[in-house]
Write a protein that binds this ligand. Sequence first.
Ligand code: F6R
Length: 362
Amino acid sequence: EKGGFPHYMLKEIYEQPWVLENTLGGRLLEEVGDVDLGLELDPLEVDRVHMVACGTAAYAGLYGKYLLEGLARIPVECDVASEYRYRDPVVDGKTLAVAISQSGETIDTLEGLREAKRKGARTLGVINAKGSSLTREVEAVLYIHAGPEIGVASTKAYMAMLAAMAMLAIRFGRARGTLGQEEARALIRELKKLPRLVEEVLEKRPLIAHIAEKYHQAQDFLFLGRHVQVPTAYEGALKLKEISYIHAEAYPAGEMKHGPIALIDERLPVVVLATQGPLYEKTLSNIQEVRARGGKVIAVATEGDEEIRKLAQDVVYVPQVHPLLSPMVSVVPLQLLAYEVAVLLGRDVDQPRNLAKSVTVE
Ligand code: F6R
């Protein structure tokens, strides 16, 4: 049932190209420059968004914030559901609570959503599991169609959630008149390329296995990124911790000098998301700062970037894509890195200690 793969996690990582096809399938209207999400919900009836989710799903929500704010100019708050549900959030009838969940059963997410509802919020679920509890409590559901996810560490569901966030942002941007038709078309064309591009990244597995070989004895890892690659950094660190039990932290790269820079020495591998985008040069400076302190840099960079080779010890190239969509190609090497490190350390990849696939108790 693992389709010839040694672990469900690896199988699910390799399923990501078709998962993207499934998530995006039939929803992209390239001609008109819009997406059809089949939602009852009118974007014009809300004026702010609260993302409610846990773990990996919360990182997808953070990606959604960059996109919804950038393309639809709607303010977005992100919080982990365990905080949201108890912090007495400011909610009114024009607030849209977006609950994001693979299982649709995560208790904190359900309770966070209920709290928003009690306060009068409109609700949307971005959910994988059909008919799950969460689907019955939201006004509208955007299914991500990732198929069953068995590996405890979420991979393909994250990919599908990112695609869902991109589509949501395009829909809201078009409805609110902040995203032009041409810009929307350009994004949609890029979204359509993603399954093929992710396929290309999967071919990098031997290189990533080699990098894992070099660094699997490390005690700690640091992950850095900027803008839409901040959630990618968080997700990369989470995957590594979950299945390899190596301590990993992630930071927005610009925050490095406000503390985490103290950790850097020759034993610290630093994974830097350094793909092309408006903040690329800033990220390069961060790489220089890491190198100046002896840190080992593993860069995820855009195909054709030769400059970065001079700075990073290891470079994993990912294909060129619209900078706002770069997380979808960049997270794949991080999933594979976590996987390869965990296998080298003899960990139980599909059933990591202390973790459950669906967290139904607080
Ligand atoms: C990460 C992971 C967890 C879940 C989190 C939310 O690999 O598996 O962080 O993402 O427990 O789960 P769902 O999406 O089912 O609500």
